[in-house]
Design a protein around this ligand. Sequence first.
Ligand SMILES: *Cc1c(COP(=O)(O)O)cnc(C)c1O
Length: 428
Amino acid sequence: MKLYNLKKTKEIVNFSKAVKLGLGSNQGLFFPNTIPKISKKKLKKLLKMNFIDRSYKILSMFIKSEISKKNLKKIVSTSFSFTKPKLKNIVKKISCLELFHGPTLAFKDFGARFMAQTLFYLNKKNHPITILTATSGDTGAAVAHAFYKMKNIKVVILYPKGKISKLQEQLFCTLGENIQTISVNGTFDECQNLVKKSFQNSEIKKKTHLNSANSINISRLMAQICYYFEAFSLVPKKYRKKIIISVPCGNFGNLTAGLLSKSMGLPIKKFVLSTNSNNTVPRFLQTGYWNPHKTISTISNAMDISEPNNWIRVKEIFLKNNWNIKSLGYGSVSEKNTKKNLLELFKLNYISEPHAATAYKVLKKYKKKEFFGIFLGTAHCSKFQKTVEKVLNISIKLPKRLSKYSKKKIISKNIDPDFNELKKILLI
Ligand SMILES: *Cc1c(COP(=O)(O)O)cnc(C)c1O
């Protein structure tokens, strides 16, 4: 598999290198040189397979011989060894694709676990590696748990202090061992910038074998392609020509994966994106101007991002396929409307959470006669317990996987959004 750097197209690397580097030079993201195409006949066969076997097939179409059949099978089955995605019917012709049945109850488990298993396998020489990543909430937990206790891999996670839920924080800031967590007195975008600066610093890069587990790492997105195929296979045959998928977006990794599945030949009719008030992309699609505002805190905090890293990949997909960017549906959902839609879902007998509620809201905008709508359930409602309880006026019991952590002590370091403070920590 060959990938090029979107900021320096002459820089071409193979899959292993792209996974190990995370980012290319000039902080460029890697993008596949060619996207494998699936014929109708092959698609039919794929759709009949179970989730793990099919996911292996899809990933091997990209990775080819770089990882042997046997090893890739093992990587995939270990990564996805939890309850597979479910398609939950909400009302007639609207369903939620529940992607939150993994160890940390968020869709990020798919990407983080696949990346961890792949990196561990590729690190044959057992070099010490440092994974540096910024999180707006769920990445931290997924990455920490995916890499927890892996030999020779140290994980450093930055997050905006006070801007993620207590429970989210406890889920990854209480582990210790090879997981170091740092709360930053700033926003997620500031955390992301500290990560980017570290990657530009040759001293840090050389001394720590730095890698990133953010969705800038292509392996995470590739893993996520697999559940779009699963979603499609779960839709009754008579509706398959009319599928519209609505994705709640932060860093736009999830949407990128969906669009990649479509590029491969999965016939999804339309993709729709939702954001909260951090709506750089909806404003861009409406006006043609890229004008990020200051990030603001919302109840869908994993989407509190105003400079989404993966947008450049989304644009590349449209460019390569000759698709019109105007075919992308979009909408930005206010705090008030997020709550309103959470309540509406509850009245339909479904307890959701703020991120999915934004996707549900925007999906309805595109409802028409010919339609089968899916919005992505990116996290389990209990991860946003306080908010959901307050809006719905109910009480939610924590699943055991979470309650285990709710009494543990947070052991994060605290820093200002100052690169030198981070540098000191990384070079210890
Ligand atoms: C990370 C996250 C998102 C945003 O996904 P991106 O791939 O960054 O666009 C949405 N919802 C939840 C619950 C998340 O954790």
